[in-house]
Design a protein around this ligand. Structure first.
Ligand code: FAD
Length: 458
C-alpha cells in the first residue's frame, strides 16, 4: 500500500474516530429503554405490509415512515426471515476476512422501530388476497397495501450436480463456507501422506459477472496474502483458481476498457479465465465443461445465475419464473391496485418498456418510489412512474484494485479501489459496521491479517 493510500485511509480513520467520540459524548442524553414502537400495527386504518427487509423492502419502509411522520393513519410493518439485511456488495470481502461477516449483516429491528415501523422476523408462507392477509410462521398479518420485496436466489438452470456439489452465494454463510473450504483443503494437504491430487487444490468459480470476479480475487487474497505464512509447507502456487464464463468477455455489463483492465489484473493474480464455455455438469471431483474439457476439482463455486425468489411460486400472483412479479410502471402487480412488487423479485420496467436491472441501486430507488406511490394512492393523489437512474458500477478485484464506472467516468486501479471502499462505507446503514470496517482496514495496514476456522462441535 503506497503513501497516498495510507494517507487516505488515515483520514478515513480520523473521521471514524471523530464520529465515535461524538457518539460517546452525546449518547448519554436519551433514555436507554424508551418505548420506540408506535401504536400497534393492527390499529392503523391503512396498514402497509412489506415482505422482505433487504435493500428494497428496508428502503420502502424507511421512506414511508419518514413521509408519514406525525400522521396516525398509516402503519408500516416489515416481515423478513432474518433480523438483519445482507449488505451484498461487501460479501465477497468476507471470504478473505478483509471484512468481518458481522458487519455485512445490517441489523433491521432497531433501525425500523426507530423509524416508526413494526418488525416481525418470520418466514412468509402464503397470501390470501380476498382476506387481504399474509401468513408467516403460522400467523396472519392483515394489510391494506402489500409490498413484495423478497429478493432473488441462485438459479441452476437444471445443470446436474450444481446444487449438490457447488457452494452458491446464497447468503453470508456462503462466504464463510468458501473460506472454511480453503482452510479445510490446506489442513487435509498438511496431513496427507504422498501426493495430493490437483482436484483438492483447484477452485473453480463459475460465472464471470461482478460476483464471480470478486470471489475469485478474494480467493487469491486468502491463499496468497493470508494463509501462506500459516502453511509454510504448502506452496501457494499449487492452488489453482479458474474462472469460467459463458460470455465472450467477463464483466459483460462494463465498458470494454474496464473489462480489459480487469482481465489484465486477473492474469497478474494468476487467475485463469475461460470464456465461451459453460459448466455442463458438476461432480464431486470435477467440473465438466460444454467444450468437452474437464477441470478436476472438489471445490466448485456457483455465481452464474439468479432468479426471483422461489416463494413467489406459492403465491397467487402473476410472475415470470426468472424475472419475477409482473408489475406496471407504477410498480403495482398486474391486476392488483394494492399489491406492489419491488427489487429483485419484480420484473420492473420503465415507461418505455426498458427492464430495470436487478441491482442494489435500482432496489433502493424502487423502494423510495413505491413509498411515494403508496402514499399517493392512500391520499388520492397522482402516482409517479418509475424512472431508473443508474449511477454506475463498482467492482473490486483484490485489496487495492477496482474497475469503476461512475456517471460515465471510467477509472481503475488503486484510486478506484479507494473510491469503492469509501462509497460502500458511506452506503452501509449501520454506523457501527461503518466504523468497524474502516477500523479493520486501517489495522490491516499495520498487522498481518490472520484467519481461523470455527468448527461446530455441538
Ligand atoms: C454476492 C452479491 C453481490 C452483489 N453485489 C452488488 C453490488 O456490488 N452492487 C449492486 O448494485 N448490487 C449488487 N448485488 C445485487 C443486489 O444485492 C440486489 O440487487 C439487491 O440486494 C436487491 O434487493 P432486494 O431487496 O430485492 O433483495 P435482498 O436485498 O436480497 O432482500 C430480500 C429480503 O427478503 C427476505 N426474504 C426472502 N424470502 C423470504 C421469505 N420467504 N420470508 C421472509 N423474508 C424473506 C430476505 O431475508 C431479505 O431480507 C449483489 C448480489 C449478490 C448476491
Amino acid at each position: 500500500m503506497n503513501r497516498f493510500a495510507r494517507g487516505a485511509l488515515a483520514a478515513l480513520g480520523g473521521a471514524v474516530a471523530a464520529e465515535t467520540l461524538r457518539r460517546l459524548i452525546f449518547s448519554g442524553n436519551g433514555h436507554r429503554y424508551e418505548p420506540w414502537e408506535r401504536a400497534p400495527y393492527r390499529d392503523f386504518p391503512n396498514r402497509v405490509l412489506i415482505l422482505g427487509g433487504g435493500f428494497a423492502g428496508y428502503t420502502a419502509a424507511k421512506s414511508l415512515c419518514r413521509m408519514t411522520r406525525g400522521r396516525d393513519d398509516v402503519g408500516v410493518m416489515v416481515i423478513s426471515r432474518e433480523n438483519f439485511f445482507t449488505f451484498w456488495p461487501m460479501l465477497a470481502g468476507c471470504i478473505s476476512s478483509d471484512i468481518d461477516t458481522n458487519n455485512v449483516a445490517q441489523p433491521l429491528r432497531r433501525a425500523l422501530i426507530r423509524d416508526g415501523a413494526s418488525f416481525r422476523r418470520a418466514e412468509v408462507e402464503g397470501l390470501d388476497l380476498e382476506k387481504q392477509c399474509v401468513t408467516a410462521d403460522g400467523r396472519e398479518f392483515p394489510f391494506e397495501h402489500l409490498v413484495l420485496a423478497l429478493g432473488a436466489e441462485p438459479a441452476y438452470f437444471g445443470i446436474p450436480g450444481v446444487e449438490e456439489h457447488a457452494i452458491s452465494i446464497k447468503g453470508i454463510s456462503a462466504a464463510e463456507a468458501i473460506r472454511n473450504r480453503v482452510i479445510e483443503r490446506y489442513e487435509e494437504t498438511t496431513l496427507a501422506r504422498g501426493d495430493v491430487p490437483d482436484s483438492l487444490l483447484t477452485f473453480v468459480v463459475i460465472g464471470g459477472g461482478a460476483t464471480g470476479v470478486e470471489v475469485a480475487a478474494e480467493l487469491h487474497a486468502l491463499v496468497h496474502d493470508i494463509l501462506a505464512p500459516d502453511y509454510p509447507n504448502i506452496n501457494p502456487h499449487r492452488i489453482k483458481i479458474v474462472l469460467v464464463d459463458s460470455n465472450p468477455q467477463i464483466l459483460k455489463e462494463l465498458d470494454p476498457a474496464l473489462r480489459r483492465a480487469a482481465r489484465i489484473k486477473l492474469a497478474a493474480l494468476q487467475i485463469e479465465v475461460r470464456n465461451m464455455v459453460k459448466a455442463k455438469e458438476i461432480r464431486s471431483d470435477r467440473v465438466i465443461l460444454s467444450d468437452g474439457h474437464e477441470i478436476p476439482t472438489e471445490n466448485a463455486i456457483w455465481t452464474a445465475g439468479a432468479r426471483a425468489s422461489e416463494k413467489l411460486d406459492d403465491l397467487p400472483l402473476p410472475a415470470d419464473e426468472r424475472k419475477g412479479l409482473k408489475t406496471d410502471v407504477l410498480m403495482r402487480v398486474e391486476g392488483h391496485e394494492n399489491v406492489w412488487g419491488i427489487g429483485d423479485c419484480a420484473a420492473t420496467v420503465e415507461e418505455d418498456g426498458t427492464p430495470v436491472p436487478p441491482n442494489a441501486q435500482a432496489a433502493v430507488q424502487e423502494g423510495k418510489v413505491v413509498a411515494r406511490n403508496i402514499l399517493a394512492s392512500i391520499d388520492g393523489r397522482e402516482m409517479r412512474p418509475f424512472d431508473y437512474k443508474p449511477v454506475g458500477q463498482l467492482v473490486e478485484i483484490g485489496d487495492n484494485f477496482a474497475v469503476n464506472e461512475v456517471m460515465s467516468v471510467k477509472f481503475s486501479g488503486l484510486l478506484a479501489s479507494l473510491f469503492w471502499r469509501a462509497t460502500y462505507l458511506y452506503k452501509l446503514e449501520s454506523p457501527q459496521s461503518r466504523a468497524r470496517i474502516a477500523a479493520d482496514w486501517i489495522l490491516d495496514l499495520f498487522f498481518d491479517p490472520a484467519v481461523t476456522q470455527i468448527r461446530d462441535r455441538t
